[in-house]
Design a binder for this molecule. Sequence first.
Ligand SMILES: CSC[C@H]1O[C@H](OP(=O)(O)O)[C@H](O)[C@@H]1O
Length: 372
Amino acid sequence: MMSRTLRIDEDGVLRTIDQTLLPFERREIALRSVEDCRRAIVSMQVRGAPLIGAVGAWGLALALRDDPSDAALHEAWRWLLGARPTAVNLRWALDRAMRRVAPLPPAQRAQAARGEAMAICDDDADCNRRIGEHGAALLEALRERLAPNRRAGAPLNLLTHCNAGRIATLDHGTALAPIYLLHQRDVPVHVWVDETRPRNQGASLTAWELAERGVPHTVIVDNAGGLLMRQGRVDAAIVGCDRVAANGDVANKIGTYLKALAARDCGLPFWVACPVSTIDPQAVDGDAVPIEERDAREVTHATGRLADGTIAAVQVVPDGSPVANPGFDVTPARLVGGLVTEHGVFEASAEGVARALAAGLAGTARTAGIAR
Ligand SMILES: CSC[C@H]1O[C@H](OP(=O)(O)O)[C@H](O)[C@@H]1O
């Protein structure tokens, strides 16, 4: 089964939504080659840790369709891995596909890689559905704790940063999955949506997703979250993730750390939603996570829709002004209230990460039918 974020059309061509055109245009792009896959990841037509991983796995399958040799396999693996450095899901998915196909005779590799890419897609959609269930239980428990001091029917006010919705994954999303579930269950929720400069994943993607599902939300500038938390207008923050280090430190979109600091200062829960595939046991702590430095043009120019409907970029920084554009930051484990995974909620600590990984291994064994 392929989800709405990725699909194989009637001609057998892989297609996905070009996220750089949302919310103003919903246009699909065809991914016909490993070059198409890598270009889509680098340009952020495809983005979001789990989706990046899935498209990376499809890129390997397309490379093997053209040349199933050992040299081509390892070259494609290296080339795709270099597309974006921070989200560990890219390496996780490429390694999973490599383990599947490397032992095979070259003639069998392309089909096996395609099968593994399909399985990665199905597994991610199922993981995120379960993240939604565990996260919804967490949010319902919070709502019950707050109920004595709330008017009946008052919404649970949540803040999220960037986009960790269904379009960042194969389906359901991670941070947004519990929110969608609560909304489906008629639990009143409202989402403060950080616009998330400079690529505006919140304003352009999270707002688009929530509006499409009828979830009440308010778009805010990134720097407003602290004020809203101090004013008591936020009950909890829940965000996605690109890499969890072995000690529970979390790498996520730039600005996440500042929200975690404000939440801690205001005594509010700060939760991180991610599949176990986002945990990187090889990263000893957050300082070991590579932070992507993106093109200065993302900061010097803002992209939007002009009055005549065309999408264009306008310059917002003077010529010649130096620009720094780190794409991610690291939130120390001490500021994270819990890791919401498909296997439940785990403490953001070395022990919690170890338990989450063990649950993941046990889950994989069950799925593979291997006796534990
Ligand atoms: C469900 S992972 C979403 C994660 O990915 C985003 O980064 P980008 O838009 O650059 O791919 C952001 O960090 C989100 O939290």
